[in-house]
Ligand binder design. Structure first.
Ligand SMILES: C[S@@+](CC[C@H](N)C(=O)[O-])C[C@H]1O[C@@H](n2cnc3c(N)ncnc32)[C@H](O)[C@@H]1O
Length: 239
């Protein structure tokens, strides 16, 4: 993996948005989950979706009568699945290309309890009590200050017994910052921040979220753990 632990370089938000707008254009040959996951290998993608869906639903629990907020919803791979049993879902996304794919997929699947908001996740606020806040593969594209703003808003929106489930790639030993590095696999420049689990615990603790549990998404030795320095991890926080 091309990575640097510089710690200080701001992520270029405009470049991140452009990256995802471009990624959305792959819909002529890649399905929505492949676009959001940056995975073009159909076999690996199928395996990833299967394993993740099983784990995520066991963590999320029963969604009936619950409102879900999906921040950085992408092509809606999780919003759509949650909407099938939740009361309603709010899907927040800042790339119009990605959001359009999510909307058209919902239409195809005749799902009509998802409200779409086109805006930066860190500025999103609604004066409603949310039962489940779902954040997946978003914070790795946000600068630290934006993570603070996002968490501050989440604290205000989450209901008293609400839960926040986070699914993010993490740096195992240390934080890695990739800034506009050319990726051969993606054929474009790419930025990402792999924070450590401890950094996430501290971030959430600053906003009074208690960590309930956390776990690697995939088993040790899985071919879905692509880099030795990073892991996809799932966390549950409550207020
Ligand atoms: C890796 S995809 C994850 C999509 C979805 N959450 C999932 O798990 O399938 C990251 C998404 O976050 C969106 N995103 C990145 N920064 C954002 C921001 N500041 N506000 C809203 N969306 C953002 C991107 O446009 C992209 O659709």
């Amino acid at each position: 993996m091309h990575s640097k632990n510089l710690h200080t370089m701001k992520i270029n938000k405009k470049a991140v948005k452009t990256f995802w707008d471009q990624q959305a254009k792959k819909s002529n040959y890649l399905r929505p989950e492949g676009i959001s996951n940056l995975e073009e290998n159909e076999e690996l993608l199928e395996k990833k979706i299967g394993l993740e869906t099983k784990k995520i639903f066991s963590w999320i629990g029963n969604l009936s009568n619950k409102t879900v907020l999906d921040l950085g919803a992408g092509t809606g791979q999780w919003s759509l699945k949650f909407a099938k049993s939740a009361k309603s879902v709010i899907a927040v996304e800042f790339s119009k290309g990605m959001q359009d794919l999510a909307i058209s997929e919902a239409k195809k699947q005749k799902i009509n309890n998802i409200k779409y908001e086109l805006c930066a996740a860190e500025s999103f606020f609604i004066d409603e009590e949310i039962d489940i806040i779902w954040i997946s593969g978003l914070l790795c594209y946000l600068h630290d200050e934006d993570c603070e703003n996002l968490l501050s808003n989440c604290k205000k929106m989450i209901s008293k017994n609400g839960r926040l489930i986070l699914r993010e790639p993490i740096g195992l030993q240390e934080r890695f910052e990739i800034r506009e590095v050319y990726s051969e696999a993606l054929k474009t420049k790419y930025s990402n921040t792999y924070r450590t689990s401890e950094e996430y615990f501290e971030l959430f603790a600053r906003h009074d979220f208690k960590k309930m549990r956390d776990e690697d998404m995939f088993d040790k030795g899985s071919d879905l753990n692509k880099w030795s320095e990073t892991r996809l991890r799932i966390f549950e926080f409550q207020v």
